[in-house]
Design a protein around this ligand. Structure first.
Ligand SMILES: *Cc1c(COP(=O)(O)O)cnc(C)c1O
Length: 474
C-alpha cells in the first residue's frame, strides 16, 4: 500500500468526534445513540472502502472533515424517516397492476380502515351476546347474500386460500388437476408447488390442450381426495382445445363422494361481457353449479383489498375453518374493514361500477376516455405551450393482474414529447417525482393512459411536468 493511502486511512474521521458534533446539534434529537453511531460507522466504512478501492489516482483522494462526515451520517438517519412505500400515479393503463398494488380502494373502504384502526373494535367479539365472536362473521352474511354461497371464509390472499383448502381437503391424498391448468401466476405461485406444500399429491390428467371428463373419471381411485379446477387466468390456449366444464366435474364429484374445488383467481360479482370485456362466469354462476368450494382474490376484479375469499358448502367450509393453517393465514382487521365496505358497494351494482375504481376503469366507454384524453392534452398545452409536443393516439389498456388476458381494451392515450428531454429521460424523471408518475414509453413519446387516471391525477401530472421542465430550462 502506498504512503498516501496509508496516511488517509490513519486520518479517517473519528466516530466519537462525529457523535459529539451530532449530539450538540438538534438535528437528531431523540434518536437512539446506537442508531446514530451505526450511521457514523457506515459513513466511515464507506470512506475507507473508497480509499482502498481507488487504485492509481490516489493523489486526488481527500478526506472529508468530521463536520461533513457527521452531516452525511445525519442524512442517513433522516433518510430512515422518509417513507419508502409511497403512493404513485399509474398512467400505464394496466388496471390491475400487481407491481403497483393492484386495486385502489374506494372512499368508503378507506374511511372504514381509519375508523376501525383508530380505536378498539369488535373484531372477534359478539356484541349481542357479550362473548367471543368470529372475525369472518363481519363479511360472511354479505358474501353469502352476494354470491348464493352457504358459507364464507376469508384469509390473507388467494394463494393462502388455495393452500388452505388443499391442505384441509386433500392432505396426504390426491388432488386431480388437468394438465392444461397447471399454471404459474407469477410471484412464485405455481399450482404444482402450492400443491406440494399443502401436502396434497398432484394427479395430473389429460394433455396441455385437451382434457375430457373421462380423463378425470379414470384417475379417481381410493387415494383421491379432491377434484380441482383452476382458472387459467393469465393465458389462453387457442385452437384444438377441450376442457371438462365445471358442472360435469361437480356431477362426477357427487357420484364418487369427492369434493370439487374451483380456484377462480379473479372472481367477479358483476357480468362484464356487456361492457365489451371477456366473458367471465360470475361467482354466483360458478356456485350455482353446486361446486363445493371456490376461491378468489379480494384485489383483482373485485376491486378491494388484498384478501383470499373462500365460498362454498357449509360442511366443507367448516372443515376448512377448523384447519390450523387458517389461524396462520388469517385476515387482519384493517383488510376486513376495507373488504366489508367494498362488498357493501355490490349491493347496488351501479354504485360498484361507478365507485370501485378498477370496475370504472374497465367499463368506461371509449368515447368518455377520449373526452378525458382531450381534456388532459388541453391542460398540458395550456400549461406548457413551449416545452411539449402533445398528441392524441389510439391504444390499448390492459386488465392486468392475470385477469381477462385476451381481450384488448381500447383506449385513447396522450403522447408527450419534451423539446429539451428524451422520452426515456422524461419517463425517468416522472418516475422519480415526489409523487411518482409511472408511464409507458413508445415511439420517443411518454404515454399517459387516462383509463387509469382520475381528475386529480391529471392535475398532478400537469404540475409535475411544469415543475420538471422549468428545472430543466433554468
Ligand atoms: C391471482 C391468482 C391466484 C393468487 O391470488 P393472490 O390474491 O395473488 O394470492 C391464485 N390462483 C389464480 C387462478 C389466480 O389468478
Amino acid at each position: 500500500m502506498d504512503d498516501h493511502r496509508k496516511e488517509l486511512l490513519k486520518n479517517l474521521p473519528k466516530i466519537d468526534e462525529m457523535m459529539l458534533l451530532l449530539e450538540r446539534g438538534e438535528r437528531l434529537a431523540g434518536v437512539p445513540r446506537e442508531l446514530v453511531k451505526e450511521a457514523c460507522r457506515s459513513v466511515v466504512e464507506e470512506i475507507r472502502g473508497r480509499i482502498l478501492a481507488d487504485k492509481g489516482k490516489n493523489g486526488e483522494l481527500c478526506l472529508p472533515m468530521e463536520e461533513e462526515a457527521a452531516d452525511r451520517a445525519a442524512r442517513i438517519v433522516e433518510g430512515f424517516g422518509a417513507y419508502r412505500l409511497r403512493r404513485v400515479i399509474n398512467a400505464t393503463g394496466v388496471i390491475l397492476h400487481t407491481n403497483l398494488g393492484r386495486a385502489p380502494l374506494c372512499r368508503e373502504a378507506i374511511e372504514r380502515i381509519i375508523e376501525v384502526a383508530r380505536g378498539y373494535s369488535n373484531l372477534e367479539y359478539n356484541l349481542e351476546k357479550g362473548e367471543r365472536g368470529l372475525r369472518y362473521d363481519h363479511v360472511r352474511e354479505l358474501l353469502c347474500a352476494l354470491s348464493g354461497a352457504e358459507d364464507a371464509l376469508v384469509v390473507n390472499n388467494n394463494a393462502a386460500a388455495v393452500l388452505l383448502v388443499l391442505n384441509a381437503l386433500a392432505e396426504g391424498r390426491e388432488a386431480i388437476v388437468s394438465r392444461g391448468e397447471l399454471i404459474e401466476i407469477g410471484g412464485e405461485f405455481r399450482i404444482p408447488e402450492v400443491m406440494m406444500k399443502s401436502g396434497a399429491r398432484l394427479k395430473e390428467v389429460g394433455t396441455t390442450n385437451r382434457t375430457r371428463l373421462a380423463d378425470y373419471e379414470q384417475a379417481i381411485g381410493p387415494e383421491t381426495g379432491l377434484i380441482l379446477k383452476v382458472h387459467t387466468s393469465n393465458f389462453r390456449i387457442m385452437g384444438f382445445t377441450e376442457a371438462a366444464d365445471l358442472s360435469s366435474l361437480v356431477n362426477l364429484g357427487k357420484k364418487h363422494g369427492l369434493p370439487v374445488m374451483d380456484d377462480l383467481g379473479s372472481g367477479c360479482f358483476i357480468e362484464l361481457d356487456s361492457y365489451g370485456l371477456e366473458r367471465e362466469p360470475t361467482v354466483r354462476d360458478t356456485l350455482a353449479t353446486g361446486v363445493d368450494v371456490v376461491t378468489f382474490s379480494g384485489d383483482k376484479l373485485l376491486g378491494g383489498p388484498q384478501a383470499g375469499i373462500i365460498l362454498g358448502k357449509r360442511e366443507t367450509l367448516e372443515r376448512i375453518r377448523k384447519n390450523p393453517l387458517n389461524r396462520a393465514l388469517r385476515i387482519d382487521k384493517l383488510t376486513l374493514a376495507a373488504l366489508e365496505a367494498t362488498l357493501v358497494k355490490y349491493l347496488r351494482p351501479e354504485e360498484a361500477l361507478s365507485d370501485i375504481r378498477v370496475l370504472r376503469a374497465l367499463t368506461e366507454p371509449l368515447a368518455d376516455v377520449k373526452k378525458r384524453a382531450k381534456r388532459l392534452a388541453a391542460m398540458l398545452r395550456r400549461a406548457l405551450p413551449e416545452g411539449l409536443n402533445i398528441s392524441i393516439i389510439n391504444g390499448t389498456s390492459m386488465a392486468g393482474g392475470g385477469s381477462l388476458p385476451t381481450r384488448e381494451i381500447p383506449t385513447v392515450l396522450v403522447g408527450v414529447r419534451a423539446t429539451t428531454l428524451s422520452a426515456a429521460a422524461l419517463e425517468e424523471r416522472l418516475r422519480q417525482w415526489e409523487t411518482p408518475i409511472i408511464a409507458r414509453v413508445a415511439d420517443e413519446m411518454v404515454l399517459f393512459d387516462p383509463r387509469t387516471l382520475d381528475r386529480e391525477e391529471f392535475t398532478a401530472i400537469r404540475d409535475a411536468l411544469r415543475a420538471l421542465l422549468a428545472n430543466e430550462m433554468g
